[in-house]
Design a protein around this ligand. Structure first.
Ligand code: FES
Length: 106
């Protein structure tokens, strides 16, 4: 019998192997720049920003404010799912990595 007034989460949420769908969805992100000796491809997901992914993998991506104010983190992003072949400029601190593979030029 369930007690009134007390909400409990399902037991599987506490299992150590439980992952949310957002954590499960991953993408390959390739960073390319004249500032780096070679292109670097990393596996990213969990709805991180491009800037967070770059920092996690020590990619020398410039940033100043981290809130979209100064535009110093502008990068060109090509998506594997995009039909348009031109790479639009995006702010790495605002761009959320989802499940499509990306080519990031800076
Ligand atoms: S870090 Fe300033 S706009 Fe992204």
């Amino acid at each position: 019998m369930r007690k009134k007034g007390r909400a409990t989460a399902p037991f599987y949420l506490y299992h150590p192997l439980f992952v949310t769908l957002e954590e499960f969805i991953m993408a390959n992100v390739t960073f390319t720049s004249p500032k780096m000796n070679k292109d670097i491809t990393v596996h990213a997901g969990g709805h991180s920003t491009l800037l967070a992914v770059a920092r996690e993998h020590v990619i020398p991506l410039e940033c100043e404010c981290e809130d979209g104010e100064f535009c110093t983190c502008a990068v060109q992003v090509s998506s594997s799912k995009a039909r348009d072949t031109s790479a639009p400029w995006r702010l790495a601190c605002q761009y959320i990595v989802r499940d499509d593979d990306l080519l990031v030029k800076f």
